[in-house]
Design a protein around this ligand. Structure first.
Ligand code: PEP
Ligand code: MN
Length: 356
């Protein structure tokens, strides 16, 4: 498994830890995918309405502990909503935690969690609250930072919208973009599963997130998604999870290569622009000398025949080396007008102070 310093970060696993058998299938499969950073699983499930599966709690933590003993390279994370979750998860050796959307929306709960997490070296992921309130998300992150939690990561999982919508949670990408503007050093993941609500849309949302510069993904997957106890529609099968992880790695690898090439070309542009600026300064210095000669010899600043000849000459020269004529015309008109301005300034008759 790669670590949290490596891009892309891919956190993958079931919505809920349901049985030791399910978790063993997930762990053995994901352990074979080198780009997977960490396995996620819900241990305590926050249900919008009562009556659903609420998670296996401490029993699931025991499975995680057992799997970590069998496969020591594996890392696991789970959601925590109250301080006793933090204590228990840590007691069983969890590697990272996340605060779910419903909890982030409540500053009192976040404050209590932050106190329970004080000084932890473990990564803590903070999902956005269900409402598109950047301040609330930022506030939850700040509450953790204030308690010396050093590895805080934001997870964008979309926002609740009323009525029928193509996605379960609307992305409103401008919200995480604003969060990143406010905290530029923040590592940001996207959770395309809770955004999509359906597995068919997970790959497309993942691509969108990576194109926008997210550092990685948190994706739900399950050995038998259709029979999952929670979020059955949106969980990927394990082979689909592997395909998604491979495509993400390929994409980031290509983007990193393109970044290097761009960096090189941008350095070349900087150097050419620097030369252009020096040449322009040199040209204007010559104009100043010309202005002195014109003034001392009573020659007018504007010599229109010389200017017309110069412009047609430059346009012809430019054309020969592949530059468009309107472009050359624009540039030389600008250069000429600056040169005229300098010459007029030089030629200006000094005003005598008004006689009192
Ligand atoms: C989850 O990750 O399983 C979950 C409950 O997500 P969210 O808090 O984003 O709704
Ligand atoms: Mn879920």
């Amino acid at each position: 498994m790669n670590d949290l310093c490596h891009r892309p970060i891919i956190v993958a696993g079931p919505c809920s830890a349901e049985s030791l058998e399910q978790m063993t299938l997930v762990a053995t499969r994901l352990a074979q995918i080198p780009s997977i950073t960490m396995i996620r699983c819900g241990v305590w499930k926050p249900r919008t309405r009562p009556g659903g599966f609420e998670g296996m709690g401490e029993t699931a933590l025991r499975w995680i502990q057992q799997l970590k003993q069998q496969m020591p390279s594996l890392r696991f994370c789970c959601e925590v909503a109250i301080p006793s979750h933090v204590d228990l998860a840590m007691r069983y050796g969890i590697d990272a935690l996340w605060i779910g959307a419903r909890t982030t929306g409540d500053p009192f709960s976040v404050h209590e969690l932050a106190q329970a997490l004080r000084g932890t070296p473990l990564p803590v992921m903070v999902k956005n609250a269900p409402s598109p309130d950047v301040g609330l998300w930022q506030g939850a992150i700040e509450r953790l930072l204030q308690m010396d939690v050093t590895q805080v990561i934001a997870v964008h999982r979309g926002f609740t919208a009323f009525g029928e919508n193509p996605l379960r949670n609307t992305p409103l990408w401008e919200v995480p973009i604003e969060l990143k503007r406010r905290i530029p050093t923040l590592t940001m993941l996207c959770d395309p599963s809770h955004m999509a609500g359906h597995r068919d849309k997970v790959a497309q949302l993942s691509s969108a997130a990576l194109a926008l510069g997210f550092d990685g993904l948190m994706v739900e997957c399950h050995p038998d998604p259709d029979h999952a106890l929670t979020d059955a529609q949106q969980q990927l099968s394990l082979p689909d999870m592997e395909r998604l992880a491979d495509s993400v790695v390929m994409r980031i690898h290509n983007a990193d290569k393109a970044d290097l090439l761009l960096h090189d070309l941008r350095m070349q542009i900087d150097s050419v622009d620097n030369q252009l600026l020096h040449l322009l300064a040199q040209r204007m210095a010559i104009s100043t000398d010309i202005a002195t000669i014109k003034r001392n010899n009573n020659i007018s600043v504007l010599q229109s025949s010389r200017w017309e000849q110069l412009l047609s000459n430059r346009m012809e020269q430019g054309l020969q080396i592949g530059l468009s004529q309107p472009f050359i015309k624009d540039i030389f008109e600008k250069i000429h007008s600056e040169s005229v301005r300098i010459q007029l300034e030089k030629n200006a008759i000094p005003q005598r102070p008004e006689q009192a």
